[in-house]
Write a protein that binds this ligand. Structure first.
Ligand SMILES: [Zn+2]
Length: 493
């Protein structure tokens, strides 16, 4: 699937561009666009198809390939040229099934579990070992377990995840816990589910490539029961069966729609959201909502016949959950054009109201953001935070020195449903999603038409950003530091 596809038949259905639009002032164009975005569009219908009909769509799965075909069709229906752009995934990892049994004298129950991404598989009849109380997985907890941890399953208690800051804490904690577990020679790590009772989630494992031990999440109530027994002095064993589809490198696709710029077509503004999700839930908040939003922005710009000065690329990234692979692939494939990329925006925090942007530690961008938000000030207030952010598809653009934004959104229901079975369309507030779509449309059009006063950063400038912010620590937590340090990922010296 490659090569541009344009829905010729549907192009004819799009209203002809009014002559006045050719010379329409930018603020009038933005006003028409915002009004259209706030009106009756297929935004929610698209979200329903993607998250309920196609459902969870882990990269490498059949559902993910259906999502790619669906996204191409949506652009085609909108009369927007689009193509599936191939990139190479490092490795295949999918869960077929996961089950477990906890046993002790007079005790036997089968907790629901989910494999952590990139966990090792178990033998077909499972892996059995002592189940130990790992406390919070701190250094003291592992010191207490001592050599007893060797070969055992260590059960780690987690706080209930309530919000987005809690999510970043969870990532950071897992990074440290796994390092200690490896050092202690543990046979595997079992995380207490950090979501409400009954809800499984596929929390990101941080030690990607360490495929020596099974890693899993145990539903919260069952994990609490096991910990209560262990703390009462009972001896327990866990037998876990992780049936995983693990394989080598393979090809996946981003879907990229494009509206060519009228006067500066070589300059590119990217607005993106990731098409893939984890598979326990429907991937509505993470990140179907913003996929539907990006498609709707493209559709309305096309339908209204607006003519941005710069080229806009509407990027639906793949492989995001598995190491930001699709946007990384884009920066490699389009390396020769990166000097002309003036902005790369990512939206990835569900349906909560957009409150502003993370502006990447670049004051000149922060200033421009205020300007492009002005036409939608009534949908605010907006406050931007001028720090670099790792964890979504702005990352490789940032490491290439390209101005990048991540939409900041109210947590709403994002945290508790993150990567969870409960990430379903019902969690998405359609009203705030629609308002967000209008905001993103205005900002996208603003960057595609207004003055740009910045240029691509040099490796030295990116290094300075690393030295003056917590960017390096974030990169280590998300396991993307090594590629930069080795000079294979990001801007070359
Ligand atoms: Zn996401």
């Amino acid at each position: 699937m490659s090569g541009w596809r344009v829905g010729a038949a549907l192009l004819m259905a799009v209203p002809a561009v009014p002559l006045a639009a050719q010379t329409e002032p930018a603020d009038a164009a933005v006003a028409r666009l915002v009004a259209a975005m706030l009106g009756d569009t297929p935004l929610l219908r698209d979200l329903r198809t993607l998250t309920v009909e196609i459902g969870g769509r882990a990269t490498g799965s059949a559902a993910n390939r259906r999502a790619v075909a669906w996204a191409l069709d949506r652009f085609e229906d909108a009369g927007v040229a689009a193509r599936a752009e191939p990139f190479q995934m490092e490795s295949l990892w999918l869960e077929r099934s996961a089950s477990a049994v906890v046993e002790g004298e007079g005790i036997g129950f089968a907790p629901r579990i989910a494999a952590m991404p990139f966990s090792a598989a178990t033998p077909p009849d499972g892996a059995a070992a002592s189940l130990l109380d790992g406390g919070a997985g701190s250094a003291e907890d592992f010191a207490r377990l001592g050599v007893g941890a060797r070969g055992a399953f260590v059960l780690v208690e987690t706080p209930l995840l309530l919000d987005v800051p809690g999510l970043f804490r969870e990532y950071g904690d897992a990074f440290a816990v796994e390092r200690r577990a490896v050092e202690a020679g543990a046979g595997g790590v079992v995380y207490m589910g950090s979501r409400p009772p009954g809800i499984l989630h596929r929390h990101n494992s941080s030690l990607r490539g360490d495929e020596a031990r099974p890693m899993m999440v145990m539903e919260r109530t069952a994990a609490r029961r096991a910990l209560t027994l262990l703390r009462a002095g009972r001896t327990l064993t866990l037998r876990a069966v992780l049936d995983l589809d693990i394989g080598g490198s393979y090809r996946s696709h981003n879907v990229v729609g494009e509206i060519r710029g009228s006067s500066r077509p070589e300059e590119v503004v990217v607005v993106g959201a990731h098409l893939d999700s984890w598979d326990l839930g429907g991937g509505a908040l993470d990140n179907g909502a913003n996929v539907a939003l990006v498609i709707d922005v493209a559709r309305q710009i096309r339908r209204l016949g607006l003519r941005p000065a710069r080229t806009i690329r509407f990027a639906l990234w793949n492989g995001e959950e598995q190491g930001l692979q699709g946007s990384y692939g884009y920066t490699r494939e389009h390396a020769a054009e990166l000097d002309d990329h003036v902005m790369a925006m990512s939206f990835d925090i569900g349906c909560g109201r957009i409150t502003g942007f993370f502006t990447g530690g670049r004051p000149e961008i922060a200033e421009a953001v205020q300007r492009v938000l002005a036409p939608v000030a009534g949908l605010g207030p907006f406050t931007s935070i001028d720090v670099p952010v790792v964890g979504t598809d702005n990352f490789d653009f940032m490491m290439h020195g390209i101005a990048n934004l991540v939409g900041n959104q109210e947590s709403a229901r994002y945290g508790p449903n993150y990567h969870a079975a409960s990430d379903q369309i019902a969690q998405c507030d359609p009203g705030s999603l629609r308002v967000n779509a209008a905001i993103v449309a205005a900002v996208t059009y603003g960057f595609a038409t207004g003055d740009v006063t910045w240029s691509r950063q040099s490796r030295e400038e990116i290094d300075r950003l690393l030295r003056t912010t917590d960017l390096e620590q974030q990169m280590r937590t998300f396991n993307v530091w090594e590629g930069w340090a080795a000079g294979v990922r990001g801007r070359q010296p």
